[in-house]
Design a protein around this ligand. Sequence first.
Ligand code: ADP
Length: 409
Amino acid sequence: MDQLPLYLAIIFLVIALWFAWLYYDLKKSMNEYARLARISPESLPTDIKKIENLSNAIASLKSSFDLRLSTMASENARLSTVFEQMIDGVIIADANGLIQFANPAAKKLFETSHAIGHSVTEVVRNHQLVEAWRRCQQTREIQSETVELPARRQFLQLVAIPDTHASGSLLLVQDLTRVRRLETVRRDFISNVSHELRTPLASLKALTETLQSGALADPDAGPRFLGRISTEVDALTQMAQELLDLSRIESGQVELMLAPLTPKSLITSAADRMKMQAERAGLKLSVNCEDDLPNIHADKSRLEQVLVNIIHNAVKFTKPGGEVNVEAVSGEDGIRFAVQDTGVGIPAESLSRIFERFYRVDKSRTGSGTGLGLSISKHIVEAHGGRIWAESDEGRGSVFYFVIPLLTT
Ligand code: ADP
C-alpha cells in the first residue's frame, strides 16, 4: 500500500509524457503543414493524420478560392479585351490625379504612349478638359466637356465620373470629329438645297406675277415669260432628278448593270448625244479612240451619264471657237477616259473641291447648273472601282480624267 503514491506518480508521468508527445507530434504536423502552405500551397496534403479535419477544411477553402480566382481571371481577361478594343478612351486616375489605367484608345486620342504614372494634366493637355476633371474631383459629381482641338482638327468629349470605391475618377473620352463633320455636311446640304430652290422659285413667282398683272395679254412679252417659266421649271426638275440620283447612289440603292463594254462605243454614243449642243455653242467636238481597246466591265448608261456630264461642262465652260476632245486610252490600271477643253479652266484651289455636292467655282459664271453633276459622276466611277480627277490651267482649259478597271476573266 505504501507503494501506491509511487505507482500513481509513475502513471501520471506516463500520461503526461504521452500527452507531451501528442502535443509535440501535432505541433510538428501543423508546422510542416504551415510550411507547405507558405511555399507550395498547390501541393498541400489533404489527409494528414491528426489534423485531417483541419486540412480537409483548408483544402475545400482553397479549391473554392481557386475557383473564384479563375472566374476573376477570365472576367479580367474579358474586361481587358473590351477595354483594348473600345474606340472610346478610358482613363482611371487616383485621388492625386495620377493615372493608373489608360486603354489604347485613350493613349491614341491624347497622342501619348506613356500615360500610366503620369498626371491627368500632363496627358490630357487641354485646359477645359482638365478643368472638367478637377470639377469632378471637387464636387464628386459627373462632369462633361466638349472641345475642339483646331491643330488636330478634332472634337473631343470628356465625361469625368467620380470613382465611388476610391477617391479618384474615371474619365471617358469620345472622338466626336466624324459626328460633327456629318452634322456640318447635313447642315450645309440643307442650306444649299434651300438656297438652290429659292432662286428659281423666286423668279417663277416674279414671272407669274408679271403675267397676272397684264403681260399675259401682251403678244410679245406673254410667250417670252412663259418660255422663261418653262426654263426655270426644267432647271428645278433637273435638280430634283439629280438630287434623287445622288441620294440613291450614295445610299447604295443603285445597282449597276455590269456588262462587257467597248470603250469606243461608250465615248461615241456620249459624244453623239452632245454633238448638237457643241455645234450650237460654236465648238469643235472630236473623238479620239482606237477600235481595239480591251473591254471594260461597266454599266453603259451610268458611265455614259458620267461622260455626258463632263462633256456638257466642257461645252458650258468653253467660249465659241474652242475645242472639246474626248478620248480613251489603255493604261496600267484600266482604260483611262479623258475630256479635254480649251475653256476658262479651274483655279488650282478649286480643283479638289469641284467633286463636292453643290460646289461651283464661280456661281455667277455658271449660269445654269446645280453643282451636283461631278459629285454624281464621282460616285458612279467609284462604284465601278475606278477613280476620277481633273487637271486645269486656268484661262487655257481643263482635262477631266477617269479610269475604269479592265474586265478580268
Ligand atoms: P454644274 O451643274 O455646276 O456644272 P458640276 O458638279 O458638273 O456642276 O461642276 C461643278 C463645278 O465645277 C462647275 O460649276 C464649274 O465651276 C466647275 N467645272 C466643271 N467642269 C468644268 C470645266 N470643264 N471647265 C471649267 N470649270 C468646270
